[in-house]
Every structure is written in structure tokens, then in C-alpha cells.
Design a protein around this ligand. Structure first.
Ligand code: KIV
Length: 277
């Protein structure tokens, strides 16, 4: 069934069932209008903690809070009729204990209407994933480059090259066995992404991974050319909206300075036209 023909949002089990089928389409969103623009095309929309860097000007995702994720989750949900919404659990909201993870994931689910949460980590987070799934919270896992761990990973490097590939495969197997319904593979060699995709029973969602993954995700502001501070190699810009916005703002500024805006069609007469009386 095409995304356009779908009547209701898919459930995590519907996404799981797409393993090996038509590739799953997803993007991030942080606001209602952007969610509305992508709703008909996406199978799921991720309210990513990338919101911290993309919309709030933070240097990394580490400063993103649970309240920020809930606020943006609520905004995105208002823009969705067809796509499932997944909300990221921010740094510090789930690592301490299974109970902490449940408490915060439950808040996200209850206060945003999300269909699932996403959290970063492989073998080390498998217990937490099983705990959440066992208590009714669908979990999407995220392995490979996990931006919340940049300080231990030593930056935004490709993960799982060479001998490290086996450990990454172990992470993928661990989150699948724990009950995650899908797993994001970020910034890993294409050959490893294909190996993981063939090995595990849940869909892989690639970002900087491989076209062989079961689905793809990009940060929407990256692919629209709205976020231009830097461009990871794995981003394809499908538009240059940032440059268009800059040009529009410059045109507005020069028209205001020249008193060319507002023009007669933008201002109001002191009396109503006869026809409208
Ligand atoms: O926060 C985010 O936007 C993400 C995607 C890059 C997968 O986790």
C-alpha cells in the first residue's frame, strides 16, 4: 500500500513488518508546519534530539532536555495524520536505570502521543529496551554513531570499520533480541550496514549507511538546505531553502529601507469600499 493511500498511522509492528519490503521513508521534524509538509510521504517522523543543534543553536545534542523533546513532540503530532511519530529520549533521561528510562519514556508517550521512543545504544542498552518493551513502550534503537556519546567516541567518526564491525553487529543483534522494532544505523560502512540488514530480523533505518537498509532517514533541515552550519557527507541537499530565505530577507530589508514596502495593495483605506458596505 502506498503512503498516500494509508488511512491511519502505522504502528511499530507495521514498521517491523516492512523488513525486506518497500523501503521505509522517514525524516526528522520539530514543528507543526514541517510535520504537515512531510506527513503524506513519510512512514514515520522522528522528533530527533538533533532539534538542539538545528533549531536551538546548541553545539551538540547533549544539552537537549526532556521538556524540549515533549514540547517539540506535541507540536509535530499536531501536524501528522498519516505518519507514525517517534520521539528521541534525550541524553541523561534513560541511561541511569530501567526505572528512570520507563518514567521518562512514559511521560513522552503520554504527553506527546508518540507511537514509540528512540534511544541510543547497543549491547549496553539491551536490558533497558527489554524493560520498556515489556511494559508497553515500543522502542526504536540507534547504533553506530550515537551523537549523545561523542565525548567517549572521540567525535563524529564513522563507526564499525574493519574489526570493529563484529561489535557493531553484536549491538544490532542485542537490540533486536531485546525487542526493538527497528534500529537506526548511523555513519557505518555500507558493507557493514548490508551485513547487519541481512543478519537481523528487524528493519534497519540508514543515515550514512547503505541504500540496502530497510529504510532511510535524514534531518529535514539538512536535506532542504536550511541548516548550513556544516554538511555531513551522507546528507544530500534536495533544495537550498536557506539561500532562498536569505535572499528573501535581504529583499524585504532593502524594500523597507527604500519605503517600497508596504505597497498600496498591502495597506488599508480609512473607509470601506462601497461594495462591501
Ligand atoms: O536526532 C536525530 O535527528 C537522529 C537522526 C539523525 C537519526 O537521531
Amino acid at each position: 500500500m502506498s503512503a498516500n493511500a494509508r488511512k491511519t498511522a502505522p504502528l511499530p509492528d507495521d514498521i517491523r513488518a516492512r523488513k525486506g519490503g518497500v523501503p521505509i521513508v522517514s525524516l526528522t521534524a520539530y514543528t507543526t508546519p514541517m510535520a504537515q509538509l512531510m506527513d503524506a510521504q513519510c512512514d514515520f517522523v522522528l522528533v530527533g534530539d538533533s532539534v538542539g543543534m538545528v533549531l536551538h543553536g546548541l553545539e551538540s545534542t547533549l544539552g537537549v532536555t526532556l521538556d524540549m523533546m515533549i514540547l517539540h513532540g506535541r507540536a509535530v503530532k499536531r501536524g501528522l495524520n498519516h505518519a507514525m511519530m517517534v520521539v528521541d529520549m534525550p541524553f541523561g533521561s534513560y541511561e541511569e536505570s530501567c526505572e528512570q528510562a520507563f518514567r521518562n519514556a512514559a511521560r513522552i508517550m503520554a504527553e506527546t502521543g508518540a507511537g514509540a521512543v528512540k534511544l541510543e545504544g547497543g549491547v549496553g542498552m539491551a536490558g533497558t529496551i527489554a524493560f520498556l518493551v515489556g511494559r508497553g513502550i515500543p522502542v526504536m534503537a540507534h547504533i553506530g554513531l550515537t551523537p549523545q556519546s561523542i565525548n567517549t567516541l572521540g567525535g563524529y567518526k564513522v563507526q564499525g570499520r574493519g574489526a570493529a564491525g563484529d561489535a557493531l553487529l553484536g549491538d544490532a543483534r542485542a537490540v533486536a533480541d531485546a525487542g526493538a522494532f527497528a534500529v537506526v544505523l548511523e555513519k557505518v560502512p555500507a558493507v557493514l550496514a548490508d551485513r547487519v540488514t541481512q543478519d537481523i530480523a528487524i528493519p534497519t533505518i540508514g543515515i550514512g549507511a547503505s541504500a540496502g537498509c530497510d529504510g532511510q532517514i535524514l534531518v529535514v533541515d539538512d536535506m532542504l538546505g536550511l541548516f548550513t552550519a556544516f554538511k555531513p557527507k551522507f546528507v544530500k541537499r534536495y533544495a537550498t531553502l536557506g539561500a532562498q530565505a536569505e535572499a528573501a530577507i535581504a529583499a524585504y530589508a532593502s524594500e523597507v529601507r527604500a519605503r517600497a514596502f508596504p505597497a498600496p495593495e498591502h495597506i488599508f483605506a480609512d473607509t470601506q469600499p462601497e461594495a462591501l458596505k
